[in-house]
Design a protein around this ligand. Sequence first.
Ligand code: GLU
Length: 450
Amino acid sequence: MSYIQNIIENLKISYPIQNEFHQAVTEVLISIEPILKQYPIYQEHKVIERIIEPEREIYFRVSWVDDKGCIQVNKGYRVEFSSVLGPYKGGLRFHPSVNESIMKFLGFEQIFKNSLTGLMLGGAKGGSNFDPKGKSDNEIMRFCQSYMSELFRHIGAKTDVPAGDIGVGAKEIGYLFGMYKKLVNRYDGVLTGKSTRWGGSMARKEATGYGIVYFAKNLLEDNGLFLEGKRCIVSGSGNVAIYTMEKLLLLGAKVIACSDSKGIIHDEHGIDLELIKKIKDENRGSLEEYQVSKPNSKYIAAESYPENRNLIWSIPCDIAFPCATQNELNINDAKELIKNGVKAVIEGANMPSTPDAIKELQAHNVLFAPSKAANAGGVATSGFEMAQNASMQKWDFDEVEDKLSVIMKNIYTTSLENAKIFDNSSNLVIGANIAGFKKVADAMIEQGVV
Ligand code: GLU
């Protein structure tokens, strides 16, 4: 058994049911195999054995009282994975599927994603199995306050800086920040994704989606393709999906479908983004409402999907942007996309494609952009928010967007260069993993065994 296989097997024995975490670690370790052979120093310093264990994991109870006066209990997490390149940094996810495996896979990915931005950011992730869907604002506020009443002792502007993720937007960040400030009696830049009225960065809300499209543009143009007029499918309808669609439309692409957990909207006339924003952003409603205003569109209920299929990927398109959640695009979906002539798959969500789906797409020469490179624009802009908070400055929208587009171009070029040097290919999965890993690994060696 190879050195790497051995580590993966041991990881599975140590954490038997953490499948998403195994998947994220396996992808990175297989990708970096060429440099482990070339640079034995990493093995000598046990960099891999160290990097796959979080520096610290915090698990806590979150109890709160709902509007009916009933006591509710949720699980709270913060996985502080690596502080080698900077303070722990990464979002909070509030979703019923949250468990230790999901937190660890996200925290692990975040280390390399943050490294790729070139900013001083460590890697972390947190969240809760709390479901904000169907909760009143008061319930969300009480939950956030209870969550922060434990988390506050572990975070700080120079220690650990959480942000949003699925289920956590500006509203939740506001409630979390209010409680943090009350508890520590200080106005710190301890969270990013804050309202632009009181410390948030311009363009942070748009950054993940816009960055994904910048990444796609770089990749396509390098391969003689353009976004204009391309038929795009964007799964999801949360923050990432909405601003991916917005930038695609601004750059002349056509978005023909998006989705939520309950179903898909397929609109051959082109998705009306303002309507989606109204349904989702303002009311957290169901996409089914779209059809009421747009009777020519088609709604496909998730209940009707065949086993192991997500029907959004069977709609013919040029470019697919999985922007909903992990493992939402599997091998069957990949085959369907290929059959329908897809040219590129750009990952917007974290780890949305299964490993065999990625293999299949790459084997058929579909351009493939992995999430830790393509969606790093969100956390990069969080880095900008931290810089603005620390220097008490406020940059305008265009300044932030310009910086974001430069970072996305750099991530693309660095990932490609590393793929060429170490794998003699243009495989961006390998290139991004190697580029992200090398920086962290070299810093770990320089900082000693701690
Ligand atoms: N949750 C986002 C991500 O997956 C953003 C994290 C952040 O801004 O800290 O990268």
